[in-house]
Design a protein around this ligand. Structure first.
Ligand code: DX5
Ligand code: ZN
Length: 228
């Protein structure tokens, strides 16, 4: 079993990438039983897609009734990530391949009261992060190539999640492991039993007829996978 100490807290973070951007306030209210709203910032450079930047995210954070989990898929997060923390994001994730000084950036974010997280694309190994893991509140293991919602979950990322959970447990750390991409209530057990505890789901939640019900199902199925 991967959990030798206490089991990590399950958190659900629906990605608003699949929400109706023209009605974002009511969309955010439809996921109020989630822990976080996951806000994907893309810049047409780090990923081949463009979403929104500072002024729009600032409004989203203001009208969001739950915590804001900002996922930056942008170049030069060393320059831009701090703006999102200062506008009230509760957590900011930047990509390992885009950042120059991850430890320095994480320390600045944490100093202003924001959680700091680092993300890995599917082809990146997790082991290089081990020596600096306590600098981060969370590691995001991408389970699709970042850039678009609605892609298929990459199950071959699960051994990486498992190696990270084993390291965290062995070293008594409390780093969260987030998975993002292709997660649904039907496959969340695969990520949960590998050791992930923060689950992002975009299309599965926002394209469901009842988003709150899908959130509950994801939470329940992840929890069941922990008991098995
Ligand atoms: C992809 C984004 C994800 C995406 C998830 O680059 O980071 O957050 O919106 O959407 P689904 O759950 O549809 O894969
Ligand atoms: Zn994301």
């Amino acid at each position: 079993m991967i959990y030798t100490n206490s089991m990590p807290q399950i958190e659900i973070s629906p990605s608003i990438l699949s929400a109706d951007f023209a009605n974002i306030e009511s969309e955010l209210n439809s996921i109020s039983n989630a822990d976080w709203a996951h806000i994907d910032v893309m810049d047409y450079h780090f990923v081949p897609n463009l979403t929104f930047g500072g002024p729009v995210v600032e409004r989203y954070i203001k009208v969001n009734p739950i915590k804001s989990d900002v996922h930056l898929m942008i170049e030069n997060p060393d320059r831009w990530a701090i703006d999102y923390a200062q506008m009230g994001a509760d957590s900011v994730t930047f990509h390992n391949l885009a950042v120059s000084a991850p430890v320095r950036l994480a320390r600045v974010l944490r100093k202003i009261g924001c959680k700091a997280a680092i993300a890995l694309r599917p082809a990146e190994p997790v082991e290089p992060l081990f020596d600096i893991l306590d600098e981060f509140d969370m590691v995001l293991i991408m389970t699709v190539e970042p850039g678009f919602g609605g892609q298929k979950f990459l199950e071959h990322q699960m051994p990486k999640v498992r190696r990270l959970r084993n390291f965290i447990t062995k070293n008594n750390l409390n780093t969260n492991i987030q998975v993002d991409g292709g997660i649904t209530s039907k496959n969340v057990h695969l990520a949960a039993e590998s050791g992930a505890n923060v689950f992002v789901a975009g299309s599965a939640v926002f394209l469901a007829s009842d988003p709150a019900k899908e959130i509950s199902a994801i939470r329940q199925n992840a929890s069941d996978a922990y008991q098995d």
